[in-house]
Design a protein around this ligand. Structure first.
Ligand code: ZN
Length: 304
């Protein structure tokens, strides 16, 4: 497919209510994505979750993944490269260390959207009984056939669970979903009593403050901040027990009474308070210019 900037994607989509809080009021924060394609994005007026203004349907999204995703993101065009694997192994170590204090002996772990399986492999080495599922054919095949891991090639809707697990992990998965609430609830259904859910997503609040619309792209249907991620769990009756707030945002949830929804929404609105159309546009150019001229860019966000 030929890439043309300043044009629309061939997928149209339609406006939807916020997939977490259900409010339909939204404020546009950008007209473009990082490839200069027209991809209007807005934030929810009630909880600040970022979403595509015209959300694709399940069918359109799978069509996008099977036709354009690979050309948009070269790294999924083939089986995983050694560079890709190296990076994933290092991330897997950090994530397993984060989770470690909460793990009992020989825990059962299910990795939701496990990619090429590095997290599963590492967890197995440390004594866990780790399994996973992955919708991408090549990555699932690699994990299953090359690494001999227990990985199903499917999406969350079709995952066939055999045994309940102690932990569901989902790394850089939820920002790709259309219905995060349903996927989160489904994840809860896979858990043992007192089970945990560990989710990591890009922090959209930080991304927008640093790169402006350079942090937006087609494959990310929704964008979380620290508090909209907490809100997702709270809507499903899960409370946050640990937060890893680096450039990405990681969170461990357990069953329990979350903070009041209104309080979390207010925190989220505050987190995105200065993120508006003008700033997102301005920050893109500021960031790109600095990058172009090779200046070292430190964490000097426009929004303090
Ligand atoms: Zn919302």
């Amino acid at each position: 497919m030929k890439y043309l900037p300043f044009t629309k994607y061939s997928f149209s989509g339609s406006p939807v209510a916020c997939p977490i809080c259900g409010n339909s009021k939204r404020t546009q924060i950008s007209r473009y994505d990082r490839r200069f394609k027209i991809l209007p994005q807005s934030k929810c007026d009630e909880c600040a979750l970022v979403r595509h203004e015209f959300m694709l349907s399940d069918e359109q999204l799978s069509q996008y993944y099977s036709t354009s995703y690979r050309s948009d993101y070269q790294w999924v065009n083939s089986a995983p490269t050694s560079r890709h694997i190296e990076k994933r192994v290092s991330e897997a170590k950090t994530r397993l260390n984060n989770l470690n204090p909460y793990l009992k002996k020989n825990p059962k772990i299910l990795d939701f959207g496990c990619g090429s399986g590095e997290f599963i492999e590492l967890a197995q080495k440390k004594g866990a009984l780790a399994t996973g599922f992955e919708p991408g054919d090549l990555y699932a095949a690699y994990a299953r056939d090359q690494k001999r891991l227990d990985v199903q090639n499917c999406g969350w809707e079709n995952y066939d669970q055999k045994k309940k697990v102690d932990v569901v992990t989902a790394f850089h998965v939820f920002e790709h979903l259309i219905d995060p609430l349903k996927a989160f609830q489904k994840s809860i259904s896979w858990l043992n009593k007192n089970g945990l859910i560990y989710i990591e997503v890009p922090n959209m609040a930080k991304g927008l403050k640093l790169k402006g619309f350079g942090s937006l792209h087609m494959a990310h249907t929704i964008g979380f901040g620290r508090y909209s991620l907490e809100l997702l769990g709270a809507y499903c009756g899960m409370k946050t027990i640990e937060v890893f707030d680096e450039f990405d945002i990681g969170m461990i949830f357990t069953k329990g009474i979350p903070r009041p929804l209104e309080e979390i929404k207010k925190n989220s609105i505050d987190e995105f308070a200065n993120i508006n159309f003008k700033q997102v546009n301005k920050q893109f150019w500021l960031y790109s210019t600095r990058k172009l001229f090779g200046k070292r860019y430190k964490n000097s966000f426009i929004v303090q």
